[in-house]
Design a protein around this ligand. Structure first.
Ligand code: 13P
Length: 255
């Protein structure tokens, strides 16, 4: 991490876990454990848990995010949630383009771009996920793939608006598998993404952008991953469902 020029952010992605009452209990347990953090602490939770999460985190250093949002402000889109709704609730962050959305719900680079722009228009901070599958890594196209995902996602996004974008490099093969990228692999791809940002905008924008690593980051490997200069935090799945483990990662990012 390079804390002098950019913010370190540890964000949990709860995915489809926890009910509202479980949300209240877990955040109450986490609050004292992360209160001294010297990094941003964010929890992205299911839509139905947002209200409970906002109440439980009130007055603490935990900020609340959503896991997705739609690309229109309102309309006939049964089952969807717009960033206008999230903003009114008090949500500050939203994950866009997670590989599980791409894999199971037909998300494409083009819809990622539309959702991202709509979220930025509502002043939400976007955690944009990019990353290659194992097959793509073995084909040697990781750099091209993450560059393409990043460029399409940020198409038509101004330099000013890009200040509210955080990128999470999440190799699909490392998600939920217990198979973490090595710190060198994480560093290499986060640096590639930073170069892509410099290419789209300029080096100041690239240097200032928070780029996280995600994929089986846990209490044991966080220190090593976060020691890398281009890894500015983490997007944490499984380990964000355990207060103690999550707080150890937050402490690693606070160094
Ligand atoms: P895990 O930490 O469970 O591998 O999940 C990572 C992830 O997908 C975060 O968005």
């Amino acid at each position: 991490m390079k804390k002098t020029v950019r913010e370190a952010i540890i964000a949990g992605n709860w995915k489809m876990n926890k009910t509202p009452s479980e949300t209240k209990a877990l955040i109450s347990e986490m609050k004292p454990l992360v209160s001294g953090a010297d990094c941003k602490v964010v929890l992205c939770v299911p839509f139905v848990d947002i209200d409970a999460a906002l109440n439980a985190s009130a007055g603490s250093n935990i900020e609340i995010g959503a896991e997705n949002c739609h690309f229109e402000k309102s309309g006939a889109f049964t089952g969807e949630v717009s960033p206008v709704m999230l903003k009114e609730m008090g949500v500050k962050y939203v994950i866009i383009g997670h590989s599980e959305r791409r894999q199971y719900f037909g998300e494409t680079d083009v819809t990622v771009n539309k959702r991202l722009k709509n979220a930025l228009e509502e002043d939400l901070k976007v955690i944009l996920c990019v990353g290659e599958t194992l097959e793509q890594r073995e084909q040697g196209i990781t750099a091209e793939l993450v560059a393409m995902q990043t460029k399409i996602a940020l198409f038509d996004v101004s330099k000013e608006a890009a200040k509210n974008v955080i990128i999470a490099y999440e190799p699909v093969w490392a998600i939920g598998t217990g198979k973490t990228a090595t710190s060198d692999q994480a560093e290499e791809v986060c640096a590639i993404i930073r170069d892509v940002i410099a290419d789209i905008y300029d080096s100041d924008t690239a240097e200032g952008m928070t780029i996280q690593y995600g994929g089986s980051m846990n209490a044991k490997n966080a220190d090593e991953l976060l020691s890398k200069v281009n890894v500015d935090g983490g997007l944490i799945g499984g380990a964000s469902l355990k207060a103690e483990d999550f707080s150890i990662i937050v402490k690693a990012a606070s160094k």
